[in-house]
Write a protein that binds this ligand. Structure first.
Ligand code: ATP
Ligand code: MG
Length: 365
């Protein structure tokens, strides 16, 4: 009976953005979004790092402060950017559904935002999610102009294209945007994300400090991996009918095929041959931290050719967006999580994949 209800109460969830008491951390980002309310932000980070969760939390805080009326939350996931004016129309229809909005053009968008802002008596606070396919459009150029003139504040959430757009000097957005790199959770929040839900489910953790150190290192404090691990550990303890979770359960997960697959998935998803070769080479060398020159040196040793500083930096950012590396300060990187190395290594994946990847990158040169 207790087991059935515990399974049903399992608070870990990988499929929906974290909300309420299952949301942890991101204090710095939330404070900036709240207090620098005239500044536009680009929140760029890898898949599943918690972009939509952060947006949802920020919106909940705005709701609490009663400042909602000029705030709009729009996901471009379902927007087809190909037809002319489609992005402007999509945006306008979500802000104010009307005949005028249904006929919106890129050329008319700036005036539309001005009109809406005047009508509401405040700049629009536009929280725009999944912007990778649309952030280089004419519509976003108009939004950039509207932000520059103070008619809206933009908070854009996206992955690699958003990052490249903001970093490129010829950015179409052309308004002063602060870039927020969304990375792993801070250690305190990562501990809570594992510990509090397990405690709420009635589990005791044996050897807590050692256990937490191991889990934080294996997951790299990535929130979706922490949720995945929490869920797996709870399931394992339920199967064993024990109330105590320990390091032993973490070790048991090492032999779990589905867990291994989940951890190495980012490697399988790297499409570009050179990026894949860099990722696998760095993983093989497993270090605490990599600077750009260190990455250049490792690649040269493996592939026999040297990459430029710019190309290396581009590849490293791509590896972050694909959850193989994580940002560690302004120009340094680390392997996204120890689990990626452990599983790739223990499955014998690393050596085989590196050889295949060398051949593939060589034949593309
Ligand atoms: N701050 C957080 N606290 C707790 N869990 C989190 C947090 N952020 C993310 N998660 C976990 O990670 C998962 C993915 O989060 P979310 O959907 O917000 O990421 P995303 O970056 O928007 O992903 P995508 O790139 O697919 O849009 C969530 O289901 C949740 O399990
Ligand atoms: Mg999302």
């Amino acid at each position: 009976m207790q087991q059935v209800s515990r399974r049903r109460l399992d608070p870990f969830n990988l499929l929906v953005p974290a909300e309420g008491s299952m949301f942890f951390g991101r204090q710095n980002e939330l404070e900036r979004l709240q207090h620098e309310d005239a500044t536009s932000f680009a929140v760029a980070g890898p898949g599943r790092i918690g972009k939509t969760s952060l947006m949802t939390r920020y919106r909940a805080l705005t709701l609490r402060d009663g400042r909602m009326s000029s705030q709009f939350r729009i996901s471009f996931f379902d927007c087809d950017p190909a037809p002319a004016n489609s992005v402007s129309r999509f945006l306008a229809m979500h802000i104010a559904s009307s005949r005028r909005s249904a006929e919106m053009t890129d050329a008319g968008l700036l005036n539309f935002v001005k009109y809406q802002s005047n009508a509401l008596g405040a700049p629009l606070d536009l929280l725009l999610d999944e912007v990778d396919l649309v952030c280089e459009s004419e519509a976003f150029k108009a939004l950039g102009a509207a932000a520059r003139e103070g008619y809206c504040r933009l908070v854009l959430f996206g992955k690699g294209v958003l990052l490249k757009t903001i970093l490129s000097e010829s950015s179409l957005l052309d308004c002063r945007m602060q870039l927020l790199h969304l990375g792993p959770l801070d250690a305190g929040s990562a501990r809570k994300l594992i510990l509090l839900p397990l405690r709420d489910l009635g589990f005791r953790i044996a050897g807590q400090e050692e256990f937490l150190e191991r889990v934080l290192s294996l997951t790299g404090r990535l929130p979706y991996l922490l949720q995945f691990y929490g869920q797996k550990l709870a399931q394992l303890a339920l199967e064993e009918q024990t109330d105590t979770i320990s390091l032993q359960h973490v070790e048991t997960l090492h032999a779990d095929f589905a867990t291994a697959q989940y951890f190495v998935k980012p490697l399988n998803e790297l499409r570009d041959a050179q990026t894949r070769l860099v990722g696998l080479s760095l993983l093989k060398e497993y270090r605490r931290e990599y600077s750009i020159p260190a990455v250049q040196e490792i690649y040269e040793r493996v592939a026999g050719t040297r990459l430029s500083h710019t190309r290396t930096s581009e590849i490293c950012n791509d590896l972050v967006i694909n959850n193989v590396l994580a940002w560690q300060g302004p120009s340094a990187f680390r392997i996204a999580n120890e689990g990626l190395y452990r599983y790739a290594h223990d499955m014998g994946y690393l050596t085989n994949a590196l050889e295949d990847s060398k051949k593939e990158a060589g034949s593309n040169n």
